[in-house]
Design a binder for this molecule. Structure first.
Ligand SMILES: [Zn+2]
Length: 86
């Protein structure tokens, strides 16, 4: 498992990991169901760009996403593109 961001590291208020090849935003407060206030869900991104967009949303609602998380995801994405994977 890769941890890109986790609460209390670099002041992060989100937890972003890669588990079994899937990028996940764990206990995401954006992806919660209005029918179940207080319940938290995990957002699963299909690809790095989707997760980057998702993290931009977190920043927009006032969450703290450490720059290191963005940098690492962008770096991996660039490596994937150079390797011919999309
Ligand atoms: Zn999220």
């Amino acid at each position: 498992m890769t941890i890109y961001a986790t609460p209390d590291r670099d002041g992060s208020t989100v937890r972003v990991i890669r588990r079994d090849g899937h990028l996940e935003c764990v206990n995401c407060r954006i992806e919660n169901d209005p029918e179940w206030p207080g319940e938290r869900f995990t957002f699963e991104a299909y690809g790095i760009p989707a997760m980057l967009d998702h993290l931009d949303l977190h920043v927009a609602v006032g969450d703290i996403v450490p720059p290191t998380a963005f940098a690492r995801l962008r770096h991996e994405h660039r490596d994937n593109l150079e390797a011919g994977n999309r």
